[in-house]
Design a protein. Structure first.
Length: 465
């Protein structure tokens, strides 16, 4: 028995091999706990925007869980096609991306779910191209571009989070003391655990905050249990809208395409983060390309199942970095849990019954972190005169004009559609500005110095923790 335990202990720090179920399952489960809420929250927000009925909402939640588990398997165990592979072959966990929420919200209000799915489906082709040609294309998407887009996404998502915090747009008790109390309670629990918690308490802070808020909301009369009791025990995750019913609108496709660029770059960062922390090396070209292609395939699969696009989850990459547990079989246990949960509608009904203010108290912290991560990326690029000009152009035109589509409504449609989605507009303007104002030698040196300074700060923070 002692020898078996020793082998298990060695295997969890190795990429391949199968530790015993008793060891692998808890390690996989902690990955599910860390991302379960983040995986479903974007879908819950879209459900609220589209005002979908209960039965359709549950099917979308089921599909989101199923696709997340399925695409995680592809990242763990790649599909080989000739000299290319789809999947990094690394302990990467996939989930529904928050980055697509503002775009999905805008497109959904215009064209409904069919328009969202059609735009997301064809937009994913951009990430396919990134996967095949990521090395020559990477120079077009420096930290300055990604940082500006993340800031814009964060700003837009914060407004969504605030509306949920207050009880949900259109609710009869919007901004009521009960809603604000629940929102602040969840917020306080999450912040306290993030600051003072250790181990699983810190990793699962969002899930714990939601559980506390949910339980407190019950005696306040904010939870409707009727939908949970009505939900079935077992059902297959079947899409609402079939692929031949998708709608394809140029502005929706291009808006989603712009966000896929950001999603692909985040996957590159998470892939490198895992290999550096877990294997003390940079990710290989095959791993990075495969990771992006799996990201694209996962997003395409997600749209076919009526879920929002998937991406590699940063919090799970953080767990790998912290625990050094890189064994793929352990992560696969978590993927099994996700796919298994998708077969039980009551699990989805429990999440769907969650009061908006409870969800708002949790997601508002996540959205704020997206904004802060954008600021950190820009800080790594440095604030040279050239970078400041690019940021001025990006936010002035992209965030300014892009924030009010009425300003450009009288322009030709092939131009005005760019300004209908602020996030996409910021991404496009930022890329163009970077091409018009190429970095000088001084800019590159300043960026290196700024990046080194940020890395030193991060190392000091880790030592203090």
């Amino acid at each position: 028995m002692g020898k078996k335990n020793q082998n298990d202990h060695e295997l969890i720090y190795q990429l391949d091999g199968k530790p015993s179920f008793g060891v692998a399952f808890p390690l996989g489960l902690q990955h599910v706990l860390a991302m379960f809420t983040g995986n479903l929250a974007p879908v819950l927000i879209l459900i609220g925007v589209l005002k979908l009925p209960q039965d359709q909402s549950l099917r979308m939640i089921q599909c989101a869980m199923f696709v997340s588990g399925l695409t995680t398997f592809v990242q763990l165990y790649p599909i080989k096609i000739g000299k290319f592979q789809i999947g990094a072959g690394l302990p990467i966990v996939m989930g529904t991306s928050f980055a697509f929420v503002p775009t999905a919200k805008n497109i959904g209000l215009q064209y409904g779910l069919a328009g969202v799915l059609g735009g997301a489906l064809l937009g994913s082709l951009v990430e396919v191209v990134m996967g095949f040609f990521y090395k020559p294309l990477k120079k077009f998407f420096p930290p300055l571009v990604v940082g500006a887009v993340l800031i814009t996404i964060g700003i837009h998502l914060l407004k969504v989070g605030v509306d949920y915090f207050a009880g949900g747009v259109g609710s009869s008790d919007y901004g009521s003391p009960k809603n604000l109390f629940l929102g602040f309670l969840v917020f306080a629990v999450i912040m306290s655990l993030q600051r003072f918690g250790k181990g699983m308490w810190k990793i699962s802070a969002i899930l714990i905050g939601l559980i506390v808020g949910y339980l407190v909301a019950i005696p306040l009369g904010k939870v409707d249990f009727s939908h949970i009791t009505e939900a079935g025990w077992l059902a297959l995750p079947v899409p609402l809208v079939m692929p031949w019913e998708f709608e394809f609108h140029l502005e929706a496709i291009l808006s989603f395409a712009a966000i896929y660029i950001v999603s692909g770059l985040e996957t590159i960062g998470n892939t490198s983060g895992i290999t550096i922390a877990g294997f003390n090396r940079e990710a290989t070209g095959e791993e990075t390309s495969g990771g992006i292609l799996a990201d694209a395939l996962g997003s395409t699969t997600a749209t076919l199942f009526n879920a929002l696009p998937n991406t590699a989850f940063g919090q799970n990459a953080g767990i790998v970095s912290m625990t050094k547990v890189v064994n793929k079989w352990c992560i696969a246990m978590g993927a099994f849990v996700l796919m298994g949960a998708a077969l039980f509608p009551k699990i989805g009904a429990i999440f769907n019954a969650m009061p908006s203010s409870v969800l708002g108290g949790a997601v508002i912290t996540v959205f704020a972190m997206i904004l802060i991560n954008g600021i950190k990326m820009i800080a790594k690029a440095g604030f040279s005169e050239r970078n400041v000009i690019i940021l001025g152009v990006t936010f002035g035109i992209g965030l300014g004009l892009g924030g009010d589509p009425n300003v450009t409504a009288q322009l030709p449609s092939f131009i005005s559609f760019i300004f209908k989605d602020t996030v996409a507009c910021v991404c496009i303007v930022s890329i163009i500005a970077n091409l018009i104002f190429p970095p000088s030698k001084e800019d590159k040196e300043l960026a290196k110095a700024a990046m080194l300074e940020e890395e030193i700060k991060e190392e000091k923070a880790l030592v203090l923790e």
